[in-house]
Design a protein around this ligand. Sequence first.
Ligand code: NDP
Length: 461
Amino acid sequence: MATDSSTPQTLLILGASGDLAARLLLPGLGVLLASGVGGGLALVGSARESWDDDRWRKRVADSFAAAGAAGPEVDAVAGTSRYVRADASDEEDLRRLLGAVEQPLIVYFALPPRVTMAACRALAGVGLPSRTRLVLEKPFGTDSGSAAALNDLLTRLVPEDQVFRVDHYLGMSTVLNIVGLRFANRILEPVLDGRHVETVDIVFDETLGLEGRAGYYDTAGALVDMIQSHSLQVLALLAMEAPSTLEARDLRDAIAQVLRATRIWQDDPISFSRRARYSAGEIDGRRLPAYVDEEGVDPGRGTETLAEVVLAVDTWRWAGVPFRLRAGKAVSALRKEAVITFKQPPWVPTGLTGYQRPDRLRIGFDPDWLRLDVNVNGPGDPSVIDPITLDATLGSGDVPPYGQVLARVLDGDPTLSVRGDTAVECWRIVEPVLAAWRNDEVPLESYPAGSTGPDAGRPLL
Ligand code: NDP
């Protein structure tokens, strides 16, 4: 597309009064503007609430300030931003709204998913200027069928490469760090395959509980909120073949290819998935009520706050290596990492003793770091093996993930967004698990908040 981030354009946020806009989107935009990207941007907020420009400008300025974003461009965007009241599911309102904004236009759907769907349907009736870009938030549909239907609807509005499906875990630094780690040296990549690797774990554990987000989370749960989206994207980056370039088509083809090869381990979602929810407990001196007692939770839904699945990647490289994905709320420690555990060496020379634990490559996310736990001779007796850890901090970038995502949107570069076919594929991978859970074929376990999870944190396989 011709437009790039130096061309003045309009960012229209639908759902401007919501949590995402205030907490993530506007702060990300503020830091981006402060870094010199997006000059001349016109910002327009819209929701059903009867806010005026002043109230919206205060929201924008507060969010920019909370991110520490300052400077003339930041002030200019906050000071000239406008608010237009509209129901995004109503054709007449949308027609009026689109008539009130300058082009080229970026429409950011910061709306509840069902409203996004309704807004896209209404926009199909209104029609969009040809260069418009659409930015969508996860979840993209509720299963592979609805994700495909959403894709069809979107391609009736604009071409696929003008659709940006946001997964903010695909902020540029995480992607580049994994790609660089794997493909910018000759040391690691040759051992990242089924001959050398025993297991791969991708863990997103957090110490926070529900934090008042029942409205969204209670209908999603850990599997859909984290594993179906973020964890599968990380799996794809770890397991894909080397793309020739980092251009959108090459990178997204590589991601799509490996996800198409991914399925539940032994096609057995009953044995290779786990779900659990937290009971009352304590984390860092904070008392947490049981999930079912949190405000807005419907215990009858049986929503899990911790999910685990084991996946197989059917490729020459990864056949036989289990990928264990886990995401949990209210557990004892924050842990966001991928752990690649290596097989034992084929033979440790007789005379060397003390082999205790396998070698591991650990990749930490946000902040991004790298640790290599490797067996060598210990500091004392050289005939005794001891593990050491080589430790490095990787660049996380100065711009937060939402800023990095927005930078690409302003530039018209879909590299960091989830392609339509991939969105469908991610649902296809987890659907057998969702079906087994719906049929109660996998028990809903319990773990006290502040513990390591069910079964004392032991992985499924
Ligand atoms: P909120 O419920 O906080 O905000 C929703 C916004 O949509 C409000 O501004 C609401 O305002 C507006 N809205 C609802 N219905 C309509 C309508 N018919 N027409 C116009 N505006 C409408 O949700 P979040 O901000 O938390 O989430 C938004 C999206 O972002 C969701 O898809 C979510 O999954 C995703 N997301 C959220 C994250 C977060 O941390 N919050 C993280 C990652 C993704 P009003 O009612 O006044 O119209």
